[in-house]
Design a protein around this ligand. Sequence first.
Ligand SMILES: O=C(O)c1cc(-c2cccc(F)c2)nc2ccccc12
Ligand SMILES: [Mg+2]
Length: 273
Amino acid sequence: AHANQEKRWVLSDFEVGKPLGRGKFGHVYLAREKRSSEIVALKVLFKSQLKQSQVEHQLRREVEIQSHLRHPNILRLYGYFYDQTRVYLILEYAAKGELYKELTRCKHFSERRTATYVASLARALIYLHGKHVIHRDIKPENLLVGVQGEIKIADFGWSVHTFNRRRTMCGTLDYLPPEMVEKAEHDYHVDIWSLGVLCYEFLYGVPPFEAKEHSETYRRIVKVDLKFPLKPFVSPAAKDLISQMLVKSSAQRLPLHKVLEHPWIVQNADPSG
Ligand SMILES: O=C(O)c1cc(-c2cccc(F)c2)nc2ccccc12
Ligand SMILES: [Mg+2]
């Protein structure tokens, strides 16, 4: 099935506005679809760059996966089109932008804000896993914030359907669980590990296994060298949840539905998400 391509989109269907950000393969612009006046984010990717980086298949997979997903905490992909030199993705516009910029500004988030984000992400991951999709790249850079402050998972570039699990990886190791850094087979439990890393980073402002050298981060991950700083203060209940997610054996990690039932989440997450 095509990515809900009932309609053949063309660039002239849109009024293109200010740049929202730039990624490795091109820029994202604010845009308005002329007929509906709908505001969207138009992600423009250069074919030359995509070819050079050999990610065409990954992009097609990202489009195929994301276009079929419907969840309040997953960024919508409405469609795509391409011309001679570029591929365009028509994406939901997340009005409050990139979460990592907010985390940098605030240094760290409160327990209530963190628990609300973690609960929303757990629900989104339950939905994703229910569709046999693992994201594999859950990190602040891939999280956006909607106009109501709700968190949205974006960038499905590394997501896969569970049957074809690829072991190639790039970028920071910080979020990868032991089985991925050890290049063992891996499954949807990887997203539970990354959610635990995120929860820690939201509360402390730094990821749990951060180190100067890649080799040191690798050692800390495979050893699950988890330490909780004295500052900022974080409740024992929060540490308990993190400790139950950052478990080396993937099958022993707290299942996502149990994350939603954890006392710290129940007591701190805003039900509206
Ligand atoms: O010229 C093309 O046919 C073309 C199509 C697509 C493409 C087709 C569907 C979905 C999607 F996300 C991308 N990506 C490309 C990347 C590099 C060079 C050419 C192409
Ligand atoms: Mg990304």
